[in-house]
Design a protein around this ligand. Sequence first.
Ligand code: RUG
Length: 810
Amino acid sequence: MTERLPTALGLAQRIEQHLTFSLGKAPATASTRDWRLALSRAVRDAVVVPWLAAEQRTQETGHKRVYYLSMEFLVGRLLQNAVANLGLEEAARAALAGLGADYETVVLDEPDAALGNGGLGRLAICFLDSLASLAIPAYGYGIRYAHGLFRQRFRGGWQVEEPETWLNEGYAWEFERPDASLPIGFGGRIAGRVGDRAAWAPDETVLAAAFDTPVPGWRGRWANTLRLWSARPLRAFDLAAFNRGDFVGAAAPEVLAETISRVLYPDDSTPQGRELRLKQEYFFTAASIRDILRRHLAEHGDLASLPDKVAIQLNDTHPAIAGPELVRLLVDEHRLAFHEAWQTARGCLSYTNHTLLPEALERWPAELLGRVLPRHLEIVERIDAKHRAALAAAGRRAAEELRIVAPSGDLGGEVRMGDLAFVMARRVNGVSALHTALMRRTVFRELEAAHPGRIVNQTNGVTPRRWLHGCNPPLRRLLTEAIGEAWVDDLERLEELVPLVEDAGFRAAFAAAKQANKERLAGYLSARCGVTVDPGALFDVQIKRIHEYKRQLLNILETAALANALRRDPGADWTPRVKIFGGKAAPGYADAKLIIKLINDVAASINGDPALRGRLQVVFPENYNVSMAEVMIPAADLSEQVSTAGMEASGTGNMKLMLNGALTVGTLDGANVEIGERVGPENIYVFGLDAEGAARHLPFHDGAAAIAATPPLAEVVAQIESGFFSPDDPRRYDRLVEKLRRDDRYLVTADFAAYFETQRRIDRDFRTADAWTRRAALNTAKGGWFSSDRTIRGYAREMWQVEPALQTGS
Ligand code: RUG
C-alpha cells in the first residue's frame, strides 16, 4: 500500500488551512501552540489515508485482529514520532520555515500524554508502534484519563504532586466516535435465570465514549488505532434538580460518572484495593470486549470463528475481568452453553505477567467484586470450580493453591486476579527469561504443573523508531551513514556495526555523537534547572520510578561514600562524574518519597561543597517523563540497573540506554541478564547477589553486620544518623536507617561493597576513553535484539497466531 504523502508545499498549504479554518488564526498572530496544533492536524490528515486504507483492507480480507487491553498507555509526545514515521521530517521543517515558524520549537511545545506510570505503560506504546510497523491489524484499548500521571515538583527537596492537565493544552490527534458509545453497568442484582443464563440488572450505568487516535507505523505503510474510553453520564444533567435551584445536585450524575476516567492511579508495582480502581478496570475492559464482539459479529456474523479472528492480550491483570465478561456476554446475551463460552473465551485470551512482587499481585475481596459485579463473581466461582473439577477428573490433585477464589481473612475470601488470568488464557507470558523462569517456579508453580507449556517467554523490547532514530539524531546519522537505513526496520542489522567498532574513525565519530548528546543534555539541564554540568564528565544515569526494589537508595549511598573518598584524598586523579536521577514516587509511598528527599539532601551537600566541584555532582530534575528520557538516554555513559535480583521483571530503560551506547552497571536481574548474554561480560558491569543468592538472604535480612563490615557504608550511615545531610532535622532518616539495619529486604547493605568496588572499576575504565567508546559502540551493535518488533513477532507467532497483513516492501 503506497500512499501519497504530502510534499513540503502540500504540507505548508495544509498547515495554513488548519491554522485558518480549524484554529481561526492568521499566521501573523499565531502562537507556538497554534503552529503546533496546525502542524499536528496537517500530519494527522496524512495519517488518516493509510489508516482508513488499513482498516478497509482488514475488513475486506477478514484478517485476524489483535486487541491490546491496557490500563496504561504512556504515550509521551506524538507529533515528532508521527512526522518521522511518515517520512515527513524534511517536509515539515521546510514547510514551517516557509511560514515563519521553527520546527524544533513547535514539536517541543507538545505536552506529554502521560497516561501511564512507567515501564508497563510505555511498553504498551512501543508495542503499538511495532504492531503498526509490522502491519499487524490491531487496536490498543485503554482509558482516556482526564488527568494522567501527576506533575512532580520538589519543595525543599520533598516531592509534591500537582494535577496534570494534558487535555487543556490541546490534543490534536483524536477522533471522537459518538456512534461507538456503550453503556457499562455496575452493582445491582441478578434479576432472573434460565439454565446457564442470567439477567443482570445493574443499579448504576455510565456511558463509555470512544476516542480514536491513529497510530502510524514506520514509513506510513500501515496504521492502527488506539481507542481510549472516557466515562460520561447516561443523562448529562438532572434538569428537575436544576429547576429546583439544586445546581450541585443537578450536576451530580455527571460528576459521578466522570470520576471513573478522571485520574490514573499513580502507582506501579503496589496494590490498589480501591473500589474506584475496580470500576475503572471493569469500565474499560467491558467497553473493549463489547466493542470487539460487535466488530467481530459485523465482520464475520458468527461466534464460532472468534478464536480464529480475535486475539485479546491482557497487559497485566488489570483487564483480567475480560475473561468473565466475555463468558458472561457469550452465555447471557449470545446463548452459548457455559463450557462452550469458556473455551471460546480461552481461545482468544492471552495474559502477560509483569511482576512477581507478592504485594503487587492484584487480589480483590470477593465481597467487593460481588457488590460491584455480582454476575462476574458467580462466573469466576464457576470457572474456579470447573477448572479444579477438570483437573481432578484428569487425575490431578485439585490443590488448594489452585483456587482462584481463595479463603482469606475477608468475608467470602479474595479473588486472585493473576490466577484468574492464567486459567482464562491460552498463553501466559513472562517479560524476560529470568522472570519467566521465576514465574514458573514461584507464583504460578501449581498452575504451571497443571498446564505445562502454557507459560511462554517473550522478552520485552523497545521501539527503535522513538528510542534511537527519534531521540538520537547524531547517532542515527552515523548509523545510517555506516550501514544504511535498514536498521530502522530490522534492528538486528545493527550487528553489521561489529566490525566497524574496530575502526578508529568510526569510534571517533561514535564518541562525537555521544559528546553532542551530552552537550544537548547539559543545555537542557541549564535551561530547565539552572545547573551547569560538565559534558566531559561521566554521565551516570538512573531514570525510572522511585521504588525501594529499584534501589535508588543504593546509588545515593554509594554517591555519598564516593564524596567522602574524594574529600579524603583530594589530590588523587578522580574521574569526574555527574550522577543523574529522574523519577516519581507514588504519592502514598512514604519510604520512596523519603528516598527522594535523601537524594536531594545529599545533592545539596555535594553540590555545595567546593572541594567536590568539577569532580562529583548530583542532578535530579523534577517531573521526569518520556520527553525528558528522550534527552537523557542518548547522553548517558552509564546505565544504572541495580534492582534487587529477582525483583525487576524485565526493565526496558536498560534496553533504551544500551541501544544508545551506555554501558550497564547492574545486577543479574530481569533483562539485564539477556543484555549481558548479548554484549558479553567484558562490556557490562555485573555486581552483587543473583536471584538465588538474594532469595537465600530473604525474607528478612539483618543489615547491621554488613554495615559494620563495610567501612564506606558505615561512614555514610553514621553521617545520615548524625544529621550531616539534614541538619535542620537530624532524625529525618531514622526510619530508613532502621530498615537498613534490621529489615533490609532489598539487600542494599548486602550488595553495597560489590557495587562500590564496581563503580571504582568504572571510574578507571572511563578514563581510557577510546576503549570505553569501543565497548559503548558494541552495546549499540548488540542491542538489535531488544527491538519491540522482535517481541511483537514473538507474540504474533506464539501467542496470537497472527500474520502481518502486508508483506515487507508491499
Ligand atoms: O516493573 C515492571 C518492569 O520490570 C517491566 O519492564 C515493565 C514492562 O514489562 O513492567 C513493570 N511493571 C510491573 N509495571 N507495573 C507492574 C506491576 O503491575
